[in-house]
Design a protein around this ligand. Structure first.
Ligand code: HEM
Length: 462
């Protein structure tokens, strides 16, 4: 019965969306076969033909893509209360993070949880965070510099970031387990995301060869999270996400030990992969663009004069911040943001029925030729203060926008600026020749495979 109801609802929704421009769907499959991956690239191609609001049908699922900053602002900010997160995104990850982390809650429950986490990322901690990032990065660089072989930065930066997150937000040193936790995250998130798009029945999924690897990775990560909760109960730590949530337990009945463990995994998931990927890709772009790498070397030399950075140096490391900003413009770690309209709405001149999935693609907006000159070029200078104010709001959305914007934006920019400046102080980045750096923008923007570098000692810039 419910299948017929779903089909009837879909048909009604599609009828209402039909007048909206978009490529013609085929019987049954809809636009699926005409949507080559990466989807954000295809959406941009179509937006240039059909305009800023376009509709597709993927099998029986109608979706609307918004390719205009003012309309993105409407969905994410001014009418945010009408647009909840699309369940596909959280259902895909729920075997890892449960159903109630801040990334997926809605309404008052979401706001309460967000307020519980905000103090961990407060500006008051900038100095303490900087000192720890500098100390850990120095240790990490010393180890990499003594490495005689080519370095896979994808893996190395992920481990650095995970280690930092443990120390800064859990009061815990993951130590020798960092590599295993990082590897388990990579297996779990890649596989869960792939499954969300493959939509295989449950019994068939258990027969796939990757199923055992996924089960092992999930089991291990959940065990780590549960152990951390038990430890924090015995030995509360200041500035620990778990201690903060445990102390809110008496006033918040939704905070069971299990939901706190899920929140911990959601936090590590939201924080570690995007930050690590952005730093790794920034290194690759610096290595591929010698002019920009030379400018970055000269910039850190003049800003730091050979000393390690401190929190007061952050404002004078602007060029490294621009390198980071431009990297996440070209490769936003979250290339698609998916929402569902609760009530009907108008997007521009088009009517959107209740229950419609609306996609906003930071990747599309970051590559749209109307808003960016030479959108495919790596030009950190475009984030000069003199140029930034010329862009309409919501054309640049690596951290999303509106009330649900990324909670860790300031920390991610701070960590990336420090880590990149310390790499530039000591090393000349060179990519091992013959590599093709590819990312696969789906729900998140995974780097495909390894990126091998050598870190050569710096040649004098003057
Ligand atoms: C380059 C690094 C990062 C990028 C590009 C990024 C991007 C994003 C984006 C686009 C969202 C919104 C997703 C949506 O609306 O569907 C988000 C949410 C979030 N991010 Fe980040 N993130 C980064 C690093 C971090 C870090 C380091 C932390 C924590 C220390 C963090 C914590 C969160 C949390 C908790 C949310 C959920 C906020 C909410 O729903 O209220 N992120 N991030």
């Amino acid at each position: 019965m419910s299948m017929f109801r779903d089909l009837r609802d879909t048909a009604q929704k599609w009828k209402q969306l039909d007048p909206m421009p978009g490529p013609t769907p085929r019987p049954l499959v809809g636009n699926l076969l005409a949507l080559p991956r990466p989807w954000p690239k295809t959406f941009l191609r179509d937006a240039l033909v059909y305009g800023p609001v376009l509709r597709y049908r993927i099998l029986f699922r109608p979706i609307v893509v918004v390719a205009d900053p003012a309309l993105a602002a409407q969905v994410l900010s001014t009418r945010a209360a009408n647009y909840v997160k699309e369940p596909v995104t959280w259902k895909a990850l729920s075997p890892l993070i449960g159903r109630t982390p801040v990334t997926h809650l809605e309404g008052t429950a979401w706001l309460t949880r967000r307020r519980q986490l905000e103090p961990l990322l407060a500006t008051a901690r900038t100095q303490e965070l900087t000192q720890l990032i500098v100390a850990e990065t120095a240790r990490w660089l010393r180890r990499l510099e003594s490495e005689p072989r080519a370095i896979d930065l994808v893996v190395e930066v992920e481990r650095l970031i995970l280690n930092l997150l443990g120390k800064l937000f859990l009061g815990h040193d993951f130590g020798d387990y960092t590599a295993r936790i990082s590897d388990a995250f990579r297996v779990a998130t890649t596989e869960l995301e792939r499954r969300a798009f493959l939509a295989l029945p449950r019994w068939l999924r258990t027969l796939t060869p990757s199923n055992q690897r996924l089960t092992d990775a999930l089991g291990y990560l959940k065990q780590v999270a549960r152990e951390r909760v038990l430890d924090a109960k015995r030995d509360p730590q200041p500035h620990s996400l778990i201690t903060a949530l445990l102390s809110a337990q008496p006033s918040d009945p939704t905070l069971t030990d299990e939901t706190i463990a899920g929140e911990l995994l959601a936090f590590l998931f939201a924080a570690h992969e995007p930050t690590a990927q952005a730093i790794t890709l920034a290194c690759a772009l610096l290595a591929e663009n010698p002019r920009i790498q030379r400018r970055a070397h000269a910039h850190v030399d003049s800003a730091l004069d050979g000393r390690p950075p401190s929190s007061t140096d952050l404002p004078s490391l602007g060029y490294l911040a621009q390198v980071f900003d431009e990297t996440v413009r070209l490769h936003p770690p979250a290339p698609l943001l998916a929402r569902v309209a609760l009530a009907g709405d108008h997007l521009g001149e088009h009517q959107v029925p209740p229950g419609t999935t609306v996609l906003i693609s930071p990747w599309l907006l970051h590559h749209h030729p109307r808003y960016w000159d030479e959108p495919e070029a790596f030009l950190p200078e475009r984030f000069d203060e003199s140029q930034s104010h010329t862009r309409p709001p919501f054309t640049y959305l690596p951290f999303s926008g509106g009330p649900r914007h990324c909670l860790g934006e300031r920390f991610a920019r701070q960590a990336a600026t420090i880590i990149l400046s310390m790499i530039m102080q000591r090393a000349q980045l060179q990519l091992i020749p013959g590599q093709r750096i590819t990312t696969a923008p789906l729900l998140t923007n995974h780097i495909s495979g390894k990126i091998l570098f050598t870190l050569r000692p710096r040649v004098a810039t003057n």
